[in-house]
Write a protein that binds this ligand. Structure first.
Ligand SMILES: [Ca+2]
Ligand SMILES: [Ca+2]
Length: 236
């Protein structure tokens, strides 16, 4: 009879621990509980007009390039109440632009025209937005240069609380497949510049600084920027 009674005790112990686990689950929110269960809504962007220059017939192709689509992408969900926390915030860069001002990268204007485009020299360059405080970030949206339907190379987006990006760097997007920009091999795909911009999932990461790299595009070797928008919520 001993094995039987042991088995009963074992089962009772199991029930007890299951109940304890269940109770722990009910009273202890999992990490990120607030963000995951917050009410979500589609991200609404103020889209600029599409370029009047049309779509070139000889668009670059390849397995590493997202095909161009006429359809609107599926809604991108963000927690209710997110705002563009980059609007009007200061911008620095690896090199001074020779057309336009860095402040235009966060001024809300992003029409496909020369007067809304900031141009800086060729090679790998970066621009960086100081949000002024850490925020919980959910989406980063880039418009490099949609004056032309083109691919911009080595698009890399990083966040950090260190303005020099020496420590605590998290990479949210990287399509530099040959590491020519030196931030590591990226596995994201290249994409075409359009008026819709490019939405990157920031997954609630908390950071104050956003840095974005590029290395010219298929329409020209210069590095061009129209706008960076960063959708986030204040950290508690
Ligand atoms: Ca702008
Ligand atoms: Ca590259």
């Amino acid at each position: 009879m001993k094995p039987y009674s042991q088995s009963i005790r074992w089962t009772a112990a199991m029930r007890g621990s299951s109940a304890a686990l269940l109770l722990a689950f009910l009273v202890t929110p999992a990490p990120g509980f607030g963000a995951d269960t917050a009410e979500k809504e589609p991200l609404v962007l103020q889209l600029p007009a599409p370029t009047l220059k049309g779509t070139p017939e000889d668009l670059p192709k390849g397995p590493n390039i997202e095909p161009l689509s006429d359809k609107a992408p599926p809604p991108f969900l963000v927690p209710k109440g997110v705002k563009n926390v980059a609007l009007g915030k200061p911008v620095t860069s690896s090199v001074r632009p020779f057309t336009g001002e860095l402040s235009q990268i966060t001024d809300g204007q992003k029409e496909p025209q020369d007067s809304d485009t900031v141009e800086m020299k060729r090679g790998t360059q970066w621009v960086q937005v100081d949000l002024g405080a850490p925020y919980a970030l959910y989406a980063i949206v880039l418009w490099h240069d949609h004056r032309y339907v083109q691919v911009v190379h080595d698009v890399i987006v990083q966040v950090s609380d260190d303005p020099t990006f020496k420590t605590g760097v998290q990479t949210l997007f990287n399509n530099d497949s040959d590491n020519s920009s030196g931030q590591g091999v990226g596995t994201d795909r290249e994409y075409f510049e359009t008026n819709r911009g490019k939405i990157m999932d920031a997954k609630g990461v908390q950071a104050r600084y956003v840095r974005a790299y590029s290395r010219g595009g298929t329409s020209g070797a210069l590095n061009c920027w129209e706008e960076i928008e960063v959708y986030g919520l204040p950290t508690k």
